[in-house]
Design a protein. Sequence first.
Length: 318
Amino acid sequence: MAAGSFEGQYVWSPAANDRALAHACMDVRTGRYLSAGEVLREAREDFEVRAHRSLVLASVAADSDLAERWLAEEPGPDAALLWARVAMLRALRMADAGDRRQGALTRIAQTACERAAKLLPQDPTPWVAQLTLSRLDRPRDPAPQGLLTAPAGPWYLFAHILRLAPWHREAHHRFLSFFFTRYGGSSSASWDVAAFLSQRAPASSPLRLLPLVALVEDYNPSALLADRTWEQPQWITTAMGIYRNWFPRVADYRFTPVLDLAYLAHALFMANREFEAREVLTAMGPYASRMPWSAFGDPEEQLTKARRSCGLPVPHEG
């Protein structure tokens, strides 16, 4: 589904053009959960949409008691999932802030994930939430064959999720992030895992973007010629392969995959492939994500720089 034309302002909402989700987010902000239940229930058979919607709703609900209230008043798999996602976000926030309550919140979140998984066993989303929490307790399962660095990590839990949904987007991104330096991993491990996972995926899969995610994560502005990295042949080949094989499929998506499009547009722009970058940015319409742009400065300024360079309208100028 096309994002539509650019009308002069960026839309930073992660709901993008999922109108039902955007409406549910508005209701959650006012303390109502009925429409949240509707959008999660409607997506029970579409694991990708269910994962995305539950995460966006949880980000809105995390600062209120809505998830707890919904679970108490109308317990069920959708209420349990939102509570698991909210508990996950709260535990991560406490951990990132160095708050001593993190351990207790992590246990609450793990229990919430287990409850949600039991209520809808075929849904990988509660397991993905557990996988997200794994960066806090750092499991050390041995890596399978095929990785140069053989990095230990939550491989068993990841394998369980893949049995439910072999190409689950969020699961792959959460698993890769476990190996990021900022969470206790290493650059070599994240490179290795990103290459391993992307090479397993079909050429038309958005998982082919994983090496570009690792590249942004590893960006060091003080390194010599750091911004020229994307001009290297291997990264041009990677970005152009995604552009040729995955990008044409975006038109068939139920909702615009803004974050994936942003990583592709950024890589093409940095590689001086402005014609292709223009097409990808156009497909995004007004919808914007803070990553990957925020790794390079103010996200709005960086996105505007890319759009202007590609001859596209920017806020207040078009």
